[in-house]
Design a protein around this ligand. Structure first.
Ligand code: KG4
Ligand code: ZN
Length: 346
């Protein structure tokens, strides 16, 4: 096997990211231009604003990444790009840039699934995952349990029936009046709270199901908040923030976090016992959560967590999965690759 440097591009949401990854495991550069501050006043990502910002910074970010790796285009063996899922306007900027570069620089092109790349970021850690690999991907857009075979065949064994775990964190944080993005703010608030202060529901979807559901939990939190504040359920309830004292915010945060983490740990542990994989990896933005890390480690000590810096959106994870794909001769035609906001394939 020859050594391989992959330049990877990620623009599926609100981060313009470009990385250079060597042999699928060593990060030579990992540049991320975040748009968090641009979207913060709106309390969420505005798709058109995100796409416009990607156009403005993509070329400088590519140049910065190559410079930071100390490499030139001659040293790059392939270009990888997120082809989906994500916001179509954002994805298009990365895909069009990658296709153009693949053609003009004469490099192979690898179109990568963002959701699965979150799990394959685990290959960028010291402890390399083995196949069959059980992957829990928990992000703002996805909550999925999947099994990957050596030849990268993927079988989804569980997924959310409604909100993603990160989405639930973000929505509950918003109604508690916490800052955007909600997950980190809510888990920080939870540090000073009593996780047994409120008993929130954990969906039970049956003995044979590895699925998740967080919408009932979210509604239960809303009703609790309305009860505390004396506000009766109203039409604009999903978008409103409520005024609570800091102890109530901390207690609700801790109790909510406990319910989400219990659901994630329960299903992952059950899947681990049933499928007996050779490795278990946990990635995606919510995998930054310390409480989740501790609870999964308690039942699956060998679980591999993606390092926090690589849990949220980045391009190194795209390079990591692209490398595994290249080893199986999976590549894309630069003239035909298209962005797909809702792909499920690898
Ligand atoms: O993977 P990611 O950057 O974007 C998607 O592909 O969706 O994940 C972002 C999500 C957000 O919902 C954010 O609130 C959540 O990850 N998140 C957390 C934490 N840090 C980020 N959720 C819970 N606890 C955290 N510490
Ligand atoms: Zn993501």
């Amino acid at each position: 096997m020859t050594a391989m440097n992959i330049l990877a591009i990620e623009t599926s949401c609100d981060e313009t990211a470009v990385a250079v990854v060597h042999d699928g495991s060593k990060i030579l550069a990992n540049v991320i231009a975040s748009q968090v501050e641009i979207h913060a006043p709106y309390g969420g990502v505005v798709p058109e604003v995100a796409a416009r910002s990607h156009i403005e910074v993509i070329i400088p970010v590519i140049e910065k990444s190559l410079a930071s790796a100390g490499l030139s285009w001659d040293d790059i063996d392939a270009i990888a790009v997120t082809k989906g899922p994500g916001l179509i306007g954002s994805l298009l900027i990365g895909v069009m840039t990658a296709k153009t570069l693949a053609i003009t620089k004469n490099k192979p092109l690898i179109g990568v699934n963002h959701t699965w790349a979150h799990a394959f970021a685990a290959f960028l850690t010291e402890k390399k995952p083995a196949f069959p690999m059980l992957a829990l991907t928990v992000s703002g857009g996805h909550t999925t349990l999947a099994l990957f075979s050596e030849d990268l065949n993927r079988k989804v064994i569980g997924e959310t029936l409604d909100d993603a775990a990160g989405e639930a964190f973000d929505k509950v944080a918003k109604l508690l009046g916490l800052s955007y993005p909600g997950g980190p703010a809510l888990s920080k608030a939870a540090e000073n709270g009593n996780e047994n202060a409120y008993k929130f529901p954990i969906a039970n979807l049956g003995k044979s199901s590895f699925n998740f559901s967080f919408s009932g939990l979210k509604t239960a939190v809303l009703r609790q908040v309305q009860q505390i504040t004396g506000v009766s359920p109203g039409a604009s309830e999903g978008t409103k923030s409520y005024k609570l004292d800091s102890q109530a915010i901390a207690d609700i945060s801790a109790s909510f976090q406990k319910a989400v983490v219990t659901a994630l740990v329960r299903q992952t542990h059950r899947a681990y016992l049933q499928y007996q994989p050779k490795s278990v990896v946990i990635g995606g933005g919510v995998a930054c959560n310390e409480h989740l890390r501790a609870e999964i480690t308690a039942v699956i000590p060998e679980a591999i967590f993606v390092p926090p810096i690589l849990c949220t959106d980045n391009a190194a994870m795209i390079g990591a999965l692209a490398y595994q794909m290249s080893q199986k001769d999976i590549a894309s035609d630069p003239l035909k690759l298209s962005a797909n906001p809702s792909i499920e394939v690898i």
